[in-house]
Structures are given as C-alpha cells and as structure tokens.
Design a protein around this ligand. Structure first.
Ligand code: UD1
Length: 420
C-alpha cells in the first residue's frame, strides 16, 4: 500500500486548477444506462471511484473507454442488471445504477450497501422514491432486487432524518425521466452535482425543471438519446485547496472554483480572518497570520458541506482560540479525530460535535487515513506539522482526489509518495 511522506510546508503560493467533480461524474456515468446511444462525458477525474463505476457499467455489458481525457460510454444493447457486492462494497455510490436499470430494463439487482466508516448510511429514501414510481423491492441474500413495469410519475417527498439525500434525488430523477407522466420531487437535494446531473439528462432529451431547488419536476419521455456533457469543477477539491492555503498561509488562486458552490466555506474562512476573493472563473485565498477559531455546522447545500468538515477541522487544530464542529449529516463522521489527536491536536467529542482548542503547533507522526475526506485532512495536518508525517491508507485519498499531492507540490508543499 502507498504512503505519503509529508514534510513541514508553507506558505503556499501559485495557481492550481481543480479537476472535474467526482460526485457529478458518478451519477452521470450511471445515467448513460438510460439510453442506447453513445454518451461522451468530459472533465471526468481519473480517480478510483470512477474506475469502480466504469467496472460496474462494463459488467452490465456497457463499453466504457477513455478517449483523449474524455469518457466515452457506449450502452448500446447492454443486458446486465446486477451490480455485485465486490464492487458496491468498494463504493456506496454504486447505488446510482438502481434507478436507471429499473427505468430501462424493468429490473435491477444491486448489492445492498452496508454501513461504512462514517456511519449507518441507509438507502430507504432511494427505495421509497422508486416505489412511489411503481417499482417493487425485495431484499434477498444481501441484494436489493427491484422490479418495475413501466414506471409512472408521482409526487414524492424525499426528506429523511438528516435532510435531503443527494443520490436518492439523483436515482429518482433518473428513473422519472422515462416514467409515464409527471414526477414532482419535493425536498430534493439542491447540491450542484444534482443540478449537473439534471443538466446532463436534459442534454440527453429529458424534460426536467427546478434542478438546484428543493422542487424538481420531471416530465417523462419515451426515450433518451446520446449526448456530450462536461461535468462541473469539483467544489470539494477546490475547498480542500482553499483550506490548505488558509492553514499553511500564503496566496493561492484556485482556477475553476465556483464561488456560488462554495458559499458555506467562503463565509467561514472570512470569519476566520482569511482573505477570500472571487475572481472571474477562480477564487484567490490569502492568509498571512494565524487563523481564528470558528463554529461550523455541516448542512445540505448551500450549507457547509460535510465533505469539507474533516479538512476544516484540521485547520481548526492550529487556529487561535476554540472552534466547534457540529456534524448534521453524518453524526459519526469523526474518524480523523483520533489521528489528529495523535499529532497533538486538542479535540473533545460531545455527541455530533467536536470542540477544538487550537494549539500553536502540530507534531509530525505516523497516521492512518480511514476515509476519503479524513485522508485529505491528514494531508493538510501533516504539511502543517513541525516534523515529518507518514500517512498510510492513501488508497482512500485516491478514491476521490486526482493528483492532490502534485497540485500541492506545485504550490510549494513538500510531499512524496512511497509506493508500497
Ligand atoms: C453524497 C455524496 C457524499 C456526501 C453526501 C452528503 C456522492 C457520490 N456522494 O452521498 O460525498 O458526503 O452526499 O453531502 O455524491 N440518508 C437516509 N436515507 C437514504 C439516503 C440517505 O437517511 O436513503 C441519510 C444519510 O445517512 C445521511 C443523509 O441522508 O445522513 C445525507 O446522505 P446523502 O445525501 O444520501 O448522501 P449520498 O447521496 O450517499
């Protein structure tokens, strides 16, 4: 297994460009199952989760090929309908194939995603939404078996105990594109990736309005056609680079970052005394003194994203004063806390909150990443520490970040990968 060796670094200086959003790419790849014609997706990041989705599509009988940095997907006459446990267990987002398979084929067999390190993560909203469209489900031998005659439009409320669901909204929206009549999704997720999926579907001939709001309307059509779609820049990668600049100091311009997608983070960085400037097509972050402690609560978009919580906490460990993080999406998403504490951070847990007393310095240590965003937090902490940090579990980072170490190195950070 690879390791990252992180040396004391900063200030960071320069310009980096963010890649395409992994969380937009995955559902759009699944959406290609809704048509028989070729789709070309541009801006897809080379990350392991994308490979996992490509493997699932291949197993279903879909041809997937990288062509000049684009992903060309030829669904033609695929006949598969099973997403196996070996792949779903690697990536929960595999559940995105459920809606498209039911809409196109009338049947689907998808391994039931289990809990994961960041918490329980049920799929009840996916099933509730698809059932409202007329699908029926049984759970057999660890698999969700779904069946459907022609799906029918319906009005569906998709809110759970932690608010809207991003991928359940995506699944229902994808299935509704080929349903008979009109579907209204209430309490739809408003994340930019959901709107991007809707835009991709519209390019394929779907009739969708209201994307990006909690009320999405889908008018079913008989068929979708192929399309070419460029996915949006990755706001979580952009946010990670912005937090790196705030924490390590310096001046960094993140090209491709869209400030409307990062409002929750920008607000908190400014509160922490970091200068954030929205330019045309990029965001510039400047930090020349110790940042101030802040209170952050993760919420569905446009709130502060849970996917930036761990990175923000890394910054808080060295901020002035006390910070509080309250996790309202995944109350158990704190696997980075014990690792940060091993580096000298002062963090105490109180249920879904963590109280962080900023310390003057972190000390380098061997640490292990156990989930994707926690690994990014440990990269930042490792660069800010006073001696070398050795990060294991880098495969988690590789699931969702394309060349993070290269980008940070370009900004002046000292990181190298040891192949294992
Ligand atoms: C997506 C993102 C993930 C991000 C998350 C929240 C992708 C590929 N992944 O995951 O990076 O952290 O949004 O922004 O886009 N829930 C239920 N029942 C369900 C589904 C979800 O109760 O059927 C709960 C979850 O446990 C969680 C909350 O709803 O507490 C939000 O989860 P959800 O938006 O569904 O996350 P994902 O779409 O899986």
């Amino acid at each position: 297994m690879d390791k990252l060796i992180l040396e004391p670094s900063g200030p960071l200086r320069g310009t980096v460009e963010v890649g395409g959003a992994k969380n937009a790419a995955l559902p759009i790849m699944a959406a290609c199952l809704l048509t028989e014609e070729e789709c070309v997706i541009e801006g897809v990041p080379h990350v392991t989760d994308v490979n996992t989705m490509a493997q699932i599509l291949s197993l279903l009988g879909v041809e997937v090929a990288w062509e000049d940095g684009r992903l060309a997907i030829h669904p033609n006459h695929y006949t598969g309908w099973t997403a196996p446990h070996e792949l779903v267990s690697l990536m929960r987002a595999s559940i995105c194939v459920l809606g498209p398979l039911l809409a196109r084929h009338g049947r689907a067999k998808v391994s039931m995603p289990g809990g994961c390190i960041i918490g329980l993560r049920p799929v009840d909203l996916h099933l509730k939404g698809l059932e409202a469209l007329g699908a029926t489900f049984t759970i057999e031998h660890g698999y969700i078996i779904g069946r459907a005659e022609r799906l029918r439009g319906a009005t569906i409320h998709l809110s759970g105990p932690f608010g809207s669901s991003v991928l359940a909204t995506g699944n229902v929206m994808m299935a509704a594109t080929l349903a008979d009549g009109v579907t209204i999704i209430e309490h739809a997720a408003c994340e930019p990736e959901v709107a991007d999926l809707a835009n991709g579907l519209v390019e394929m001939g779907a009739k969708i309005t209201g994307q990006g709001t909690p009320h999405i309307r889908v008018e079913g059509v008989l068929r979708l056609h192929g399309a070419r779609h460029r996915i949006l820049p990755d706001r979580i990668e952009a946010g990670t680079l912005m937090i790196a600049a705030a924490m390590l100091g310096g001046e960094v311009t993140v090209k491709g970052a869209i400030s409307e997608h990062l409002g929750g983070l920008i607000d908190k960085l400014r509160e922490a005394n970091v200068a954030v400037e929205s330019l045309n097509g990029s965001i510039r972050v400047r930090s020349d003194r110790r940042v101030k402690g802040v209170q952050v609560t993760t919420l569905p978009f446009p709130g502060f994203p849970t996917d930036l919580q761990a990175q923000m906490m890394a910054m808080m460990t060295m901020s002035e004063g006390v910070s509080v993080v309250t996790e309202k999406i995944y109350p158990e998403r704190f696997t980075h806390v014990p690792e940060l504490r091993r580096m000298g951070a002062q963090i105490t847990r109180e249920g879904p909150s963590a109280i962080v007393q900023g310390v003057g310095r972190l000390s380098g240590a061997p640490v292990t990443a156990s989930d994707l965003r926690a690994s990014a937090a440990l990269v930042l902490a490792g660069l800010a520490a006073d001696t070398v940090t050795e990060l294991s579990g880098v495969e988690h980072l590789d699931r969702g970040y394309e060349q993070l170490e290269t980008k940070l190195t370009h900004l002046g950070a000292a990181i190298r990968r040891e192949r294992g």
